[in-house]
Ligand binder design. Sequence first.
Ligand SMILES: O=c1ccn([C@@H]2O[C@H](COP(=O)(O)O)[C@@H](O)[C@H]2O)c(=O)[nH]1
Length: 280
Amino acid sequence: MSFFERLAGRIEEVDSVVCVGLDPDPSRIPEHLRDRDLPRWAFNRRIIDATHSHAAAYKPNAAFYEDPDGWRALTETIAYAHGKDVPVILDAKRADIGNTARQYAKLVDPDHSHSADAITVNPYMGRDSLEPFLLQEGIGVFVLCRTSNPGGSDLQDLELASGEAVYERVAALCDLWNANGNVGLVVGATAPEEIEELREQVPDLPFLVPGVGSQGGDAEAAVEFGLSEGVGVVNSSRGIIFAGEQDSERRSGIDGESDDFAKAAGEAAKRLKKRLNRYR
Ligand SMILES: O=c1ccn([C@@H]2O[C@H](COP(=O)(O)O)[C@@H](O)[C@H]2O)c(=O)[nH]1
């Protein structure tokens, strides 16, 4: 089964397009978990327990795990998410010359429970740098197209001699690179006009849309244009996993010994699911 077929099944099962971002900033992990063997894993496990029934996917960002304990926390997290039947997108933004990209591509293996099912990649080095990912039929490959950060326009909006913007060229190439039906685009919710335009340009590619929640992106556009035949996901990371920080009555869950922070995350995931479902 392809990654996007699996994702479609999960979306239907939980009636949700919410992707929960697992970015466990160590400085924001509740005090009572900080002396655990692997605090990031202890944190993520509680977040997954509280959010999985609203999660179409989880998206750990590799930046929060790139140290020896971090990789252990990440692999435990991925296996646990799989135990709840939730696909995992590793936000790693990788790509390199073919010889190196072949090693990066081992980060994703749908047959291995500790390994992610999909990955984000960077198109800057061109087709050969993505080939080892594209050749794996069973995985999802989300290519950075129009990112959500303020500087996303610096290069991605530049107009080429052909009249296309760089991000439009990326989308056109991704359509060509999608021979195995495993390619999607990363398009930020902070660029709603571009999402709409891209949906028209590449109707068959599912989008991973970050930028709702903490970055203030457009949730309606994210859903209306992010999905292809109902498949695609809208990510929120800090807005869900640190939702308890906003709730003064729940501060005890963060500063004290309770797991109320996870309950707040579960409620935030449910709220986002309901909000996004209004536009599906
Ligand atoms: O264009 C992009 C690509 C990736 N991201 C990543 O998504 C999450 C967003 O986190 P929030 O806390 O919901 O803002 C994070 O891992 C980013 O690195 C993105 O935001 N924009």
